[in-house]
Design a protein around this ligand. Structure first.
Ligand code: FAD
Length: 324
């Protein structure tokens, strides 16, 4: 049965995050031929970003612009999104399973007195039934879930559901809605960007991650170069963060970021269960470790037993020669 689905978009410093387009693709599957309505909150003119959501498949977009929405707060965004949901009365809602999505969607779900399927890695339409796949037990197993009655509300893990191709011949209305945003209890005084450069870890296609085996912050330099050559970004194990070799914003794992890149290169990482929880669903895993018994090799598609300070420079050299 076709449904009306609201997709909550997300922008960072004026640019829509890729997961917004993935959420639209998921919204299309859930809608089963129905209508997909994008919602975008922020400040200033959101018309162009709204149009971008249309080019990626939204049938129409509602923007809510307000000075109080310039920076995300759960209070502000939940008021703005709730107002649109109230108008639209959708049968489905989707958002990215990002830091914002993880905070905003449970708040909305409780307001709407509904359930929420979080962190879906796959959404399929099985004969009209929408089936979600999501990881459980820190990614060691997957469960399939269906909402048979009521609102279909879900968050999707970035990098798992392919977005539709951008088509700027698509047209759809982008309308601005006025919402009175008030009573925000969080005051953002300053935004301090820890990793200002490079791609966002949770959306990166290639991650070169370093562990305690890199031995120092300088030890990350060859990893950064390898990431550069591959057009990716650098991540880390908690071992490396705890040792002070890099910032905690790079931590991947159970208490860090969950990532699903196309290629994950683990350098000098032993493969503790808490680290695997954040990366074992990467599409291709390459491990470089001098200990042939290291647990990381149990999840790796390709393993290189060796000293990372020998192996990584050789990889960079070869890749540069191949001109990738
Ligand atoms: P180590 O286990 O010390 O491994 C270093 C590896 O480097 C070894 O395998 C060694 O053989 C190899 N090595 C050394 N030198 C070289 C070299 N020159 N060349 C190649 N290989 C070399 N960890 C996370 O990563 N993320 C989390 O989110 C996380 N959350 C946690 C939550 C809790 C509640 C707890 C208790 C722990 C958590 N941990 C997490 C920590 C986790 O248990 C491990 O301690 C940590 O992942 C180890 O990091 P590591 O692999 O870098 O270090």
């Amino acid at each position: 049965m076709s449904k009306k689905v609201v997709v909550i978009g997300e922008a960072r410093e004026g640019s829509l995050r890729n997961v917004t387009f993935e959420a639209i693709a998921a919204g299309k599957i859930i809608s089963d031929g129905g209508e997909v309505i994008g919602v975008l909150c922020g400040s200033g003119d959101l018309q162009e970003s709204g149009k971008e959501m249309v080019y990626y498949g939204a049938d129409r977009v509602v923007t809510v612009s307000h000075d109080e929405l310039q920076t995300y707060t759960a209070d502000g965004y939940s008021q703005a999104v709730s107002a649109v949901i109230e108008d639209e009365d959708p049968e489905g809602i989707v958002m990215g399973h990002t830091s914002i999505g993880k905070e905003l969607t449970p708040k909305l779900a409780s307001k709407l007195e509904t359930g929420l399927i979080s962190d879906a890695t796959e959404v399929v339409n099985e004969g009209g039934n929408i089936v979600f796949t999501r990881p459980i037990y820190s990614g060691k197993a997957f469960e399939k879930k269906e909402i048979t009655d009521g609102l279909v509300f879900a968050t999707i893990r970035p990098n798992n559901i392919p977005p539709l191709n951008r088509d700027d011949s698509l047209s759809g209305e982008v309308t601005a809605k006025e919402v009175e945003v008030k009573g925000i209890r969080t005051i953002i005084k300053e935004l301090i960007r820890k990793s200002s450069e490079g791609v966002d870890l949770s959306e990166a296609k290639v991650i070169v991650a370093g562990g305690r085996g890199v031995k120092s912050s300088e030890g990350f330099e060859p990893l950064e170069e390898l990431a550069d050559v591959l057009g990716g970004t650098v991540g880390a194990s908690r071992g490396a963060c705890d040792a002070g070799y890099c910032d905690y914003s790079l931590q991947i794992g159970q208490t860090g970021k969950v990532v699903t890149p196309d290629l994950y290169i683990a350098c000098g990482i032993s493969g503790a269960i808490q680290h695997l929880a954040g990366m074992s669903n990467s599409k291709v895993i390459v491990a470089i470790n001098k200990d042939p018994e290291a647990n990381i090799f149990n999840v790796a598609d390709y393993g290189i037993v060796g000293d990372l300070f020998d192996v990584v420079p050789k990889l960079i050299e070869e890749l540069k020669e191949l001109n990738v």
